[in-house]
Design a protein around this ligand. Structure first.
Ligand code: ADP
Length: 670
């Protein structure tokens, strides 16, 4: 076993690897970019070395910097985590040349699976079932169109070098093929520097079921069962679980055997995942193999009781697999939810900022949290905006779902927009509970999953009022205690004044609308005049600053996080933002006329889709911005006229930069 390893990664996966290394008595070396100097993975590791500036291509993606750090630290092996250099065959080779052990598969196996088409040819030879399709070298558009017709529509065009759902196009009919091919090739070229594509029959309601495999250097190969990752948005996984709901034992055995055959066909060593599409009729087809640890590996660990990172260390050190196939069993059910700083209401646009308030559920045998951030850390534009993985386990799926709902309700993040409430809605959907999963789930249940932003409820408003009033009372009490005349009636905090119904008017701005609430002081609390009627409210603040409230006799607990005039009321995992509004301070302020269209985050302009002077309908895509490895479309907010475009393709823009001048119909050009 190794004495010291270097982890060529950051965030939650670096922290997760360090945890196992520490348990096994292996010393760890972290590497970090300038953006990560204070990051959690740096403080957890035994040593840490700076490798470069914030952008990943100048730090975490630079093999020579990582190798130099390994040399300086004296580490004997490198764990690449996932992403970054984990599937880079040249890096695996460079490690070997430098006398370091790469904790991953042999370079040849990475290469074999690096191209989707080459991988499919190998699989065909190994008699592993493939989706009917074309994955040859010939790329002539006419030949491809003929191949598509032969496969039968709908057809999926995929970038051979693709990943992360990029460069994929579904084509419904022959007439649309040529245009879709051009678009897919353009995206493939810009995303992967390679415009080759392959064609596949597009399955209409498949499940994504993948098999975890493990092989050692002595020729042993096992699988650690399946994970169902069907709940996806934009072809990216959102919820993952193991085992797959309703999986027949026979199918599990045959998919497991197919995955083991895939690993054997390429001389695999280490942890890998073979991804399949599972069709409604029980047929399954090889999609691709990921030659690394997956983000969702914890669900497999929870149901098998194994530590896959420990397995990786042992195999890389030349030891045999810790267990044989017959010794591996499934116990209970695990679900992982990926908690992201992103806005589901805005097509999952990443949200960047400081995690001003972060409170997580308690970890125990049923709840595991893999994270790389703490309160006060920043979600920056430089890396993936994942905040944490929340993994729950119970003896069966119903129990696991209940654990998930409870843990999500306890997850509090303020400072960035998150998908926590979306995950809760998703996990609580009856079709999800019924295990009726397929990759189109989110799209199909769109209306139920993306409710319109609803106005603050009376409960939320009452909690906001209580928070304001209780804090004022506390401040007044503190001021009185500090004053030379603490018993002066002017310091009375009960709101009592002789002969008047003493009251207070609080104005909150809720998503653009002002709501006035009158709070009358009463000996037992406050009588609030809320939009839905009167409520008696009383309560106290506990040592965490949480409110313990009594609203018309109903008790509840909530957290109210303050940032200047903003109040974020978090109750049962749902957050609602209100602004405490002083009407006098904003007299004369104009509503935003929507005359400027600005960059929602820093990024690069990758396409300008309209000409200056163009008249466009509401929703017309105008500019495409690439930020955080994803494309974001800026669309016309209303019908109107694009009078000017301020940037051209390739320009790098700051957050808030005005991209173009737009005049909605009936308005003057700004
Ligand atoms: P990437 O490498 O870009 O993630 P994959 O080939 O792994 O691409 O496919 C990603 C997702 O796209 C799958 O999980 C599935 O939801 C969908 N998908 C891929 N191929 C097909 C197909 N032939 N029919 C239907 N959906 C597909």
């Amino acid at each position: 076993m190794f004495d010291k390893i270097l982890i060529a990664n950051r965030g939650e996966i670096a922290c997760r690897i360090i945890r196992t290394a520490r348990r096994l008595g292996i010393r760890t070396v972290a590497v970090y970019s300038d953006a990560d100097a204070q990051a959690l993975h740096v403080s957890l590791a035994d040593e840490a070395l700076r490798i470069g500036p914030a952008p990943a291509r100048e730090s975490y993606l630079r093999p020579e910097l990582i190798l130099e750090a390994a040399r300086r630290s004296g580490a004997g092996a490198i764990h690449p985590g996932y992403g970054f250099l984990s599937e880079n065959a040249e890096f695996a080779e460079a490690c070997a040349e430098a006398g370091l052990i790469f904790i991953g598969p042999p370079a040849g196996a990475i290469r074999a699976m690096g191209s989707k088409s080459a991988a499919k040819q190998i699989m065909e030879a190994a008699a592993v079932p493939l989706v009917p399709g074309y994955h040859g070298e010939q790329q002539d558009p006419e030949l491809l169109a003929r191949a598509a017709a032969g496969i039968g529509y709908p057809v999926l065009i995929k970038a051979s070098a693709g990943g992360g759902g990029k460069g994929m196009r579904v084509v419904g009919e022959a007439a649309a093929f040529d245009d879709a091919l051009v678009a897919a090739k353009r995206e493939a070229l810009s995303g992967f520097g390679d415009d080759r594509v392959l064609l596949e029959k597009y399955l209409t309601r498949p499940r994504h079921v993948e098999i975890q495999v493990f092989a050692d250097s002595l020729g042993n190969v096992v699988h650690l069962f399946e994970r169902d990752c069907s709940i996806q948005r934009r072809h990216q996984k959102v919820l993952e679980e193991a085992p797959a709901p309703g999986m027949p034992e026979e199918l599990r055995r045959s998919m497991g055997a197919a995955a083991v055959a895939v690993a054997r066909a390429i001389g695999y060593v280490g942890a890998g995942t073979v991804e399949f599409l599972l069709d409604q009729d029980g047929s399954f087809y090889f999609m691709e193999m990921n030659t690394r640890l997956q983000v969702e590996h914890p669900v497999t660990e929870m149901i098998t009781g194994q530590d896959l990172v420990e397995w990786q260390f042992r195999v890389a050190a030349g030891e045999p697999l810790p267990l044989g196939q017959e010794q591996l069993t499934i116990s209970g059910h695990a679900i992982e939810a990926r908690i992201y700083a992103e806005d589901p209401q805005r097509d999952f646009l990443p949200s960047i900022g400081i995690l001003g308030h972060l409170r997580t559920p308690q970890e125990n045998a049923h709840v595991r949290i893999d994270t790389g951030v703490r309160a006060g850390d920043e979600v920056s534009i430089h890396y993936d905006p994942m905040i944490a993985k929340l993994i729950v386990w119970d003896t069966d799926r119903t129990g696991a779902l209940r654990r998930l709902a409870t843990a999500l309700a306890e997850y509090q993040v303020v400072g960035v927009t998150t998908n926590v409430a979306f995950l809760a809605t998703l996990a609580g959907h009856p079709a999800f509970a019924a295990g009726d999963l397929d990759t189109g789930f989110i799209e199909r249940h769109r209306t139920a999953l993306f409710p319109r932003i609803s106005p603050a409820t009376d409960q939320v408003l009452a909690l906001a009022c209580l928070d304001v009033l209780l804090r004022r009372t506390r401040e007044a009490q503190q001021a009185a205690a500090a004053s030379p005349d603490p018993w002066s009636p002017w310091h009375l905090t009960s709101g009592w004044r002789m002969n008047v119904d003493n009251h207070h008017v609080l104005v909150f701005r809720d998503n653009g609308t002002d709501i006035s609430i009158i709070a009358h002081y009463r000996p037992s609390g406050y009588l609030l005049e809320l939009p839905g009627g009167e409520q008696m409210a009383s309560g106290s603040l506990d040592h965490n600053g949480d409110i313990l409230a009594d609203l018309n006799g109903a008790r509840c607990r909530a957290t109210v996080v303050r940032h200047n005039d903003d109040l974020v009321i978090v109750i049962q995992g749902r957050s609602h933002r209100l602004t405490l509004h002083d009407p006098l301070a904003h007299v004369g302020e104009q509503e935003d006329q929507g005359g400027r269209l600005t960059a929602p985050m820093p990024g690069k302009i990758v396409a300008v889709l309209v000409e200056p002077g163009a008249r466009v309908a509401k929703g017309t895509p105008l500019v495409i911005l690439e930020a955080m490895k994803m494309e974001h479309t800026i669309a016309a907010p209303r019908d109107g006229l694009v009078s000017e475009i301020h940037f051209s393709v390739g320009a790098v823009v700051n957050e808030g930069a005005e991209l173009l001048a737009f005049a909605a119909d009936g308005e003057q050009t700004p």
